[in-house]
Design a protein around this ligand. Structure first.
Ligand SMILES: Cc1cc2nc3c(=O)[nH]c(=O)nc-3n(C[C@H](O)[C@H](O)[C@H](O)COP(=O)(O)OP(=O)(O)OC[C@H]3O[C@@H](n4cnc5c(N)ncnc54)[C@H](O)[C@@H]3O)c2cc1C
Length: 386
């Protein structure tokens, strides 16, 4: 792979860079993320501006509102967004997971109905996979769906569902065959979060914010046309979602890590860092560059197959552990100020928030242990653990 921009890619990059310089509202630059994104209209407006300028769903088919562009443009987009410290589109789950799954498994009607409003941030999505008894072992899903008169009747509970409190739709993994076990008998549905019988209860995180939730389903009637894939074929559809969750995110994660390390360098300049801390900062920078080149390898595979491969797990694993180290180092550099609560801390409590939020990074989208299993089994070809 030639890592330099082609003339056409260089033109795209220059145009995007100029657009970001002109269009990114000052108050949103370097936004710390988290639940505050949903408090005002700014993030939706920013997401819409990205869409209207043609930068959302760059690689998606044009007939559904996408850009029909090559994957390299998506990588350039993420690099430039990071360079500008621009916050991502608000529809993280819709764009990263629900959309690609609908493109791969949806009917023409589903594609026409759901894809465009998701890109333009009119509709927000959440992911209902994890349950109290099914997290790493997703095949343990027990939320039930029963076909009745043209509807699936859904009962059960999901947990840790990010953004469910603001979501319009949920990609939901259910068990449609009560006699089945493990990967068989699962059915994947699109559920309207405003339907009767859907109850969302926020869960407070270590940051003090409630970005994720429990969702309770009591006799929720889901029209049969909201089935994604086949009845009983939900596992295959869920795997598409998970490969995109871990795979397509790679460049975005590396880009956010690069921003984080740049902020760490600025902090070290501002507050001073001892020689060992400086060594550690340099080490993080070098490892981040290795992550960049691993992502280029995944990108080459994605361009050949159109589907992210299991090596996407490497990016998620490396990023999450690096982000925890970087935020911890920042707190150390802050010295006694590192012990202050977010409200009283310097830099608006940015590092306190990031340190606490980073704890979830090694759990969400697959724990580090589970990702190491995937890398050893599916990337390195070692024997399966079970
Ligand atoms: C911030 C955040 C956001 C989230 N958002 C969503 C969301 O939007 N939608 C959603 O569906 N879920 C979401 N999750 C849930 C997340 O996917 C699960 O927490 C995760 O898959 C782990 O499942 P669990 O919590 O049930 O832990 P468990 O699976 O019970 O794991 C407990 C421990 O056992 C280890 N373990 C389990 N199996 C193995 C194994 N085979 N080998 C070695 N070690 C193992 C794990 O690594 C972990 O340390 C979110 C989680 C977080 C933290």
């Amino acid at each position: 792979m030639d890592l330099r921009d082609t003339p056409e890619e260089a033109a795209f990059r220059a145009e995007l860079r100029a657009w970001l310089d002109e269009s990114l509202p000052e108050g949103l630059q370097g936004h710390r993320g988290g639940a505050t994104r949903f408090e005002g209209p700014e993030m939706r407006e920013w997401s819409r501006a990205l869409y209207q300028a043609g930068y959302v769903g760059l690689t998606w088919p044009e007939e559904y509102g996408g850009g029909g562009a090559p994957y390299t443009h998506q990588a350039i987009f993420l690099e430039e967004m990071a360079r500008a410290e621009a916050p991502p589109h608000i529809g993280v789950i819709g764009i990263g997971m629900a959309g690609p799954t609908i493109i791969a498994h949806g009917t023409e009607e589903q594609k026409a109905r759901y894809l465009q409003p998701l890109l333009s941030a009119e509709e927000i999505w959440c992911q209902g996979f994890s349950e109290p008894g099914a997290g790493s072992d997703l095949a343990g899903v027990r939320t039930s769906s029963t076909l009745d008169d043209g509807h699936f009747v859904v009962n059960g509970q999901k947990v840790w569902s990010s953004f469910a409190h603001i979501a319009d739709f949920c990609i939901l993994l259910t068990r449609s065959d009560p006699e089945s076990s493990r990967h068989a008998g699962l059915t994947y549905l699109i559920v309207d979060m405003h339907a009767p019988g859907v109850e969302v209860r926020p869960l407070r995180q270590i940051t003090g914010e409630a970005e994720f939730n429990e969702i309770f389903f009591s006799d929720v009637r889901v029209p049969a046309e909201n089935l994604l894939g086949e009845v009983g074929g939900g596992w295959q559809v869920a795997m598409t979602t998970l490969l995109h969750e871990r795979g397509t995110l790679g460049f975005a994660l590396q880009a956010t890590l690069e921003v984080q390390i740049r902020k760490l360098v600025a902090l070290a300049r501002d507050r001073g860092a001892d020689p060992l801390q400086r060594d550690r900062i340099a080490r993080e920078w070098v490892e981040m560059q290795a992550l960049r080149f691993t992502n280029y390898r995944s990108l080459s595979a994605l361009m050949k197959t159109g589907m992210p491969g299991p090596e996407g797990s490497i990016s998620k694993l490396v990023w999450s552990e690096a982000n925890q180290r970087v935020t911890k180092l920042a707190i150390e550099i802050l010295g006694p100020d590192g012990a202050l609560g977010e409200e009283n801390a310097p830099y608006g409590g940015y590092w306190q928030y990031q340190q606490l939020r980073s704890r979830g990074n090694t759990i969400e989208a697959g724990t580090s242990e589970v990702l190491r299993n995937i890398v050893s089994e599916r990337v390195l070809g070692l024997p399966y653990s079970r």
